[in-house]
Design a binder for this molecule. Sequence first.
Ligand SMILES: NC(=O)C1=CN([C@@H]2O[C@H](COP(=O)(O)OP(=O)(O)OC[C@H]3O[C@@H](n4cnc5c(N)ncnc54)[C@H](OP(=O)(O)O)[C@@H]3O)[C@@H](O)[C@H]2O)C=CC1
Ligand SMILES: CC(=O)C(=O)O
Ligand SMILES: [Mg+2]
Length: 761
Amino acid sequence: MESNVKFTAEEALDFHASGRPGKIEIVATKPMATQRDLSLAYSPGVAVPVEAIAADPGKAYDLTAKGNLVAVISNGTAILGLGNLGALASKPVMEGKAVLFKRFADVDSIDLEVATEDADAFINAVALLEPSFGGINLEDIAAPDCFRIEAALKERMNIPVFHDDQHGTAIITAAGLINACHLTNRKMKDVKVVCNGAGAAAIACTELIKAMGVANNNVIMCDRKGVIHKGRDDLDQWKSAHAVDTDARTLGEALVGADVFLGLSAAGALKPDMVVAMAPQPIIFAMANPDPEILPEDAKAARPDAIIATGRSDYPNQVNNVLGFPFIFRGALDVRATAINEEMKIAAATALAALAREAVPEEVAAAYGGKSQSFGPDYIIPAPFDPRLIEIVPIAVAEAAMRTGVAQKPIEDMDAYRTALRARLNPTASVLSLAFEAARLNPKRVLFAEGDEPNVLRAAIAFKEGGYGTPVLIGREDVREKLAELGVENPGDYEVLNSRNSPLVGRAVDFVYGKRQRCGMLRREVERMVNQDRNTFAAAMLALGEGDAMITGTTRPFSQSLAQVRTVVDDEAGGTPFGISIVVGRQRTVLIADTAVTERPTAEQYAAIAIRAAAFARRMGQEPRVAFVSYTTFGNPPGRHIEELRDAVKLLDTIVTDFEYEGEMGPDVALNHEAQTKFYPFSRLTGPANILIMPGLQSANISAKLMRAISAESVLGPYLVGMALPVQIAPMTASSSDLVTLAVLAAGGADAIRRPKAKKA
Ligand SMILES: NC(=O)C1=CN([C@@H]2O[C@H](COP(=O)(O)OP(=O)(O)OC[C@H]3O[C@@H](n4cnc5c(N)ncnc54)[C@H](OP(=O)(O)O)[C@@H]3O)[C@@H](O)[C@H]2O)C=CC1
Ligand SMILES: CC(=O)C(=O)O
Ligand SMILES: [Mg+2]
């Protein structure tokens, strides 16, 4: 067990400095294009909502962003486990929390760093901000001030105030503990817990687990001075509430025979010999950030039977408040809760624990490619990318708010609420995130055919450093020099295959000649191709099992790369390969096909593309709805080249398929369900299409490239479907991060496309 994500300090700085500095920006939700827009958005139109809110303050939720806006507020006195580094230095963490709110629960959030260590000044500053926000997330404020600050703000403010390090952490810890006890047949009331740390997170975790059944006398808390026992006279009211009668004075003494270690203190505080002295199957939550109290590999070496969790995303079992705060606020905001109370916290913890015990959904399991992601010692808590969290946790929180009378706007139709929650996030974003996780858990060897190109080398470095697999670089003698120029300290760690002198060349030639000798190729021609053409050599290496997947494309046109690869790698049985471009919007994904291969498909080819694109959509977390797209919608205006599309629809009618399809129609109708029902009530689509099968390569390719040129970061691919081995051909304009994504998808491609079952007509 070892962390599989590696990065240098320079990379972390570059990440934050590149492009627009920092991690957030503000985007307008209304057009600001015309004078009329300005008149409505600002003076004079804005006076109308001003007066409406003055007359009825509740209208602020309907007329401004308040209801979906949370402030992440800190004074920087306890930044992660790094200590008091001041308000300004806390800004990267607070921006980080703000983007996590958005990414995981579509909550808009802004960071506010308040430069004071005076609790009263801080309380005043925050309390006065009530009109601006729907909720306040306090972050990284040290104990004991954090307790007084939170209590005072809850008293003064009529919106939810939540100190994340206390309650967010406590909720996730409680969920993890419920499941770790379940796995080791322990009862909450019997477990002996030692909590190292007596600050914000530690006190709140201890209080919550006690409220959930852990006995008072079974918890020993330690601070920097050792065990918090009844004989100490240096304790404040928060620590003394947890003081116990015990002879133990040090963490090591307290841990003898203990069932559970909760670490909310500092890096390295837990030593292997202390772990050895714990009870059988010890539960170790080393949650200090960024470095835990003990590294999982060290804890595991000391006690192979331990269940281990950390606060980090690069080890199994991430017990981190990121699993809580986005979803908890989502539920609280949606019922316009006046507070986040104990019942809402317990509901969130119980929902999280129950979710981890459920079967992992297909797209999550597929993304984890073969590695077991079912409930067990290495999976006691869901991963933050789990697409079910956005439905399950907010509903649990909203229901608890309604039960306990703090919901000002109770939800009337829970089913509709569930659907609305699901629609807040684009499931493809989760699938792509999970594909990266899967690559880390199941790293593959990916052949980078253009290993001489700086852009490709940058991608290979990121692929390797990200822990996604082993890049195998096809290139000449100077590849390692080029790696060194790009800052790689040990270029010798990279595998390089040179088609001029690799010992594998002979096998490659035999293999390709064996395939092509009856297709008019002479052996010397094959030798020349293998030696000189990187795609032929790389594809032969793939076919011979020297790599699990291959990526190429940046040095020549797509069709040329594809032709070279196809001299070595077969098409998948029974089909022609095709390209899918993936347009990832905030809330939905649209797939466009065939953007890469066949200029004018036949009706049979269109139908086959639709069937396989539908299977691909499912893999991307989308329920497929195919539209055969044209400039004509159901015959109007009449024109040429629509017969094949119509025949494809008829052909699909004769095959039993498990997805919706319709056509021909214009993209304006295909993507707009209202237009479909209003003007074409006979259309069989039950929602906007998410797969557009274009009438030929020209329109497909032009559409995808046009969108890519306008908004590069939202268009992926083309992803090549239908080769017998996982090969991906990037567009020549691909950035190194596009290449990493395609390499990750290629690596996961072996088990990618599942054909839907065809049934008899
Ligand atoms: N995984 C997660 O989701 C979260 C993890 N954390 C982590 O928990 C830690 C504490 O954060 P927070 O509660 O906000 O900070 P606080 O400043 O409020 O509390 C820190 C506490 O840790 C104690 N402590 C520090 N070093 C040691 C040590 N070597 N041995 C024993 N106790 C020690 C301090 O003791 P004393 O009272 O004597 O000063 C204090 O009680 C941080 O590492 C943070 O990253 C926090 C929130 C969420
Ligand atoms: C995760 C977090 O909030 C912390 O470590 O402070
Ligand atoms: Mg924190």
